[in-house]
Design a protein around this ligand. Structure first.
Ligand code: DC
Length: 673
């Protein structure tokens, strides 16, 4: 067990881009499908956590080529079209339900395999019988050490290499069904039918959608059996982007409920209509008072306007019930969470664990922990408002919350502990074994901490090809800032002016052309892009020879600069509203004119030869020295090193080194005292 972590309540509104890792459910499904595909697949945004490492290690042990790059969050795997290189292996699945179930069905495809399978103590108690029974009917044998048929881990799996017409009881876990569905296309003629119903239906839909993404769609006939109309190996996906984990994101939807007015948290890639059913949590949160604004492929969460209870059926997205359950004591009315019986057989008995720990904090729950212990069939939990009781329970110091090796217990109580219960910043919750989050979100507490920040404006100025964009983009990505390239503003306006027939030498032609232009913004990833009359100019159209030759001339005209100034300043409010931790704006006059009060001001420079070489390496013909001369000698807002700016000469510095310097400046300005 890792040492207990005391949670420091947030005394300022949560702010910034939540660093949510890739989805566990998608990463582990994708790994299996790619192993069963013909050819190589590269995953981006992959999750690196205990459960995905377990599956990668198992695939390596089975003879697959798997290359991981944790810093880049990529995994490369070479699929073998259904062939499993090793016919004998010893595999340990830890407490990873996905690895346990998916691998077992996958291994059944080996013609004459013998696989010794085991898991952690907790895994040995988790349901496997539905899957093992189904595989037995197809000629597989899963045997205990004493030679008797196994119903749980550990067992030795003797495989027959085919599936046949299977019936599976997946009432205890939808993973038992998903495991078989993924193996289905590799066994021509096979079918899978469910006995009764399953829990967490959206995970089955995720499996179906992913089988189709990898080229083998499944169909369900009138009798309810799944088949693959065109069986065969999956098709390698080339590059496959893993969605950020929607369950993990639920903690950051919850955080602004407890951290006071003015919060803004941004969840990149959190979209309805993706693969993950757990995005349904957003609708529950909205009913309880969350302020949510979808913004393209991101979701912005602001301070909740209310925190009220209600009655909710969590069957379809039960992994997120703990997130709501830990907010419930702070709500103005009781919260009832229904249909979560199956979570009593997950990482731990989650309903009992939640009830026990809420009671430890003095919260009234129905049924009580004692009643849950006496009756394993209870599947609903009601949590009553309990602010006063919480204060009483924590009056003598932080209450240590037991986490039962369950990552979701640790993360959800981490959010509750972020609430400033006493109004004086005194900690009142401590999390036992916080490292258990490594199952799906190893850096959860760092990601939480990163949202305890002050909004900062960062001005990056410098001449052409001085490294402004490269530096600003990486700093923005790493620190959750909105990136604004004002050079692109001047280039876009130049493009439009040239297209309208205006000439820099004839200012009278410029004013009427400017008057017709409507500026707007569109956030793409982490960059704010200018729109003209609602349209984003194509990047290539902004770096043409005619734009390069005249942009500095147009940019020297006071009318053009005035036209852009208020717009550029408005980007700070845009960044704030969109949940960013700050704004990093690059250009020639940012620290001197546009944002003279920016908390961080940086001036980048490099010798002219190095800069000309950089442009040439980008394949551009751009007379950087000539543009610099125009930019620095013009009367209005010339290129200068702003007062108080940190000057960095990067002629002989790597990008990594420059980024590190700028990040240190930003982090120190963003730190809350
Ligand atoms: O950063 P860039 O090369 O894309 O910028 C193109 C031109 O825009 C630059 O030569 C001068 C002008 N510019 C400016 O005058 N003020 C800014 N803040 C940014 C760019």
């Amino acid at each position: 067990m890792s040492p207990t972590l005391t949670i420091t309540p947030f005394r300022t509104p949560a702010r910034g881009v939540a660093q949510v890792p890739g989805s566990k459910s998608i990463t582990n499904r994708a790994l299996l499908l790619a192993a069963l595909a013909e050819g190589e697949t590269l995953f981006t945004g992959a999750l690196f956590s205990r459960d995905t490492r377990i599956l990668c290690a198992a695939l390596l042990a089975l003879g697959y080529e798997v290359t991981t790059d944790e810093a880049a969050q990529t995994i490369r795997i070479v699929g073998l079209g259904g062939r499993i290189p090793k016919a004998h292996a010893k595999l340990h699945v830890g407490n990873a339900g996905t690895a346990a179930r998916f691998l077992t069905a996958f291994l059944a495809l080996a013609p004459q395999g013998v696989y010794e399978m085991d898991g952690d103590e907790a895994m040995r108690a988790r349901p496997m019988a539905g899957l093992l029974d189904a595989l037995t009917s197809a000629g597989c044998r899963a045997l205990r050490a004493d030679g008797q048929p196994a119903t749980h881990f550990p067992f030795t799996l003797h495989t027959a290499g085919r599936l046949g017409d299977l019936e599976v009881d997946a009432s205890a876990s939808s993973q038992l069904l998903s495991a078989l569905l993924m193996a289905l296309p590799l066994s021509p003629g096979a079918s899978v039918r469910m006995k009764g119903a399953t829990v967490s239906e959206p995970f089955v839909v995720m499996t179906e959608k992913m089988c189709a993404q990898f080229g083998r769609p499944l169909v369900r006939d009138a009798a309810g059996a799944w088949r693959c109309a065109q069986p065969g190996p999956y098709r390698a996906a080339g590059t496959y982007a893993i969605e950020p984990d929607a369950t993990a994101a639920s903690y950051f939807i919850a955080l602004p409920a407890v951290t006071g007015a003015g919060a803004g948290v941004r969840l990149q890639g959190y979209v309805k209509g993706g693969l993950q059913g757990d995005t349904a949590f957003a609708a529950v949160a909205a009913r309880c008072g969350a302020t949510l604004t979808p913004q393209g492929s991101a979701l912005v969460v602001q301070t909740w306007h209310d925190l009220q209870g209600g009655e909710f059926d969590f069957n379809d997205f039960s992994d997120t019930f703990l997130t709501l359950a830990t907010l419930a004591p702070l709500a103005s009315s009781p919260t009832t969470i229904r249909n979560i019986g199956h979570t009593r057989k997950q990482e731990t008995d989650r309903v009992l664990a939640m009830a026990t720990e809420l009671e430890r904090l003095g919260v009234k729950v129905v049924p009580t922990a004692a009643e849950l212990r006496a009756d394993e069939s209870l599947a609903t939990l009601t949590i009553h408002p309990a602010r006063a009781a919480l204060q009483q329970a924590a009056a003598r110091g932080p209450v240590a919350i037991h986490t039962y090796e369950d990552h979701r217990m640790a993360m959800s109580f981490g959010i509750l502990g972020s609430y400033d219960l006493f109004g004086d910043g005194r900690p009142w919750i401590a999390i036992q074994d916080p490292a258990c989050t490594s199952k799906t979100f190893p850096k959860f507490f760092q990601a939480l901490e990163a949202l305890r920040t002050r909004f900062v404006a960062v001005a990056v100025d410098g001449g052409a090809a001085s490294g402004k964009s490269s530096t600003a983009k990486v700093v923005a990505r790493d620190l959750g800032l909105l990136h604004v390239d004002t050079g692109a503003h001047y280039r876009s306006v130049t493009r439009a002016l040239l297209d309208a027939g205006a000439r820099a030498e004839d200012p009278a032609s410029v004013l009427p052309a400017l008057a017709g232009l409507r500026l707007g913004s569109e956030i793409s990833g982490i960059s704010s892009c200018v729109t003209l009359d609602g349209r984003r100019p194509a990047d290539a159209s902004l770096r043409t020879e005619d734009v390069n030759a005249s942009v500095s001339k147009f940019a020297a005209l006071p009318a053009v600069r005035n036209f852009l100034l208020a717009y550029q300043r408005s980007q700070v409010a845009l960044g704030q509203a969109a949940g960013f931790a700050g704004v990093i704006m690059e250009g020639r006059d940012i620290g001197s004119v546009v944002l003279p009060d920016a908390e961080v001001r940086v001036f980048l420079q490099a010798d002219p030869v190095a800069r000309a070489q950089r442009r040439a390496a980008e394949g551009q013909t751009d007379a950087v020295a000539q543009r610099d001369l125009l930019d620095s000698t013009r009367a209005t807002a010339p290129l200068v090193c702003p007062a108080g700016a940190t000057r960095i000469d990067n002629t002989h510095l790597s990008l990594v080194a420059v980024v590190a310097q700028v990040k240190a400046l930003v982090q120190s300005a963003a730190r809350l005292v």
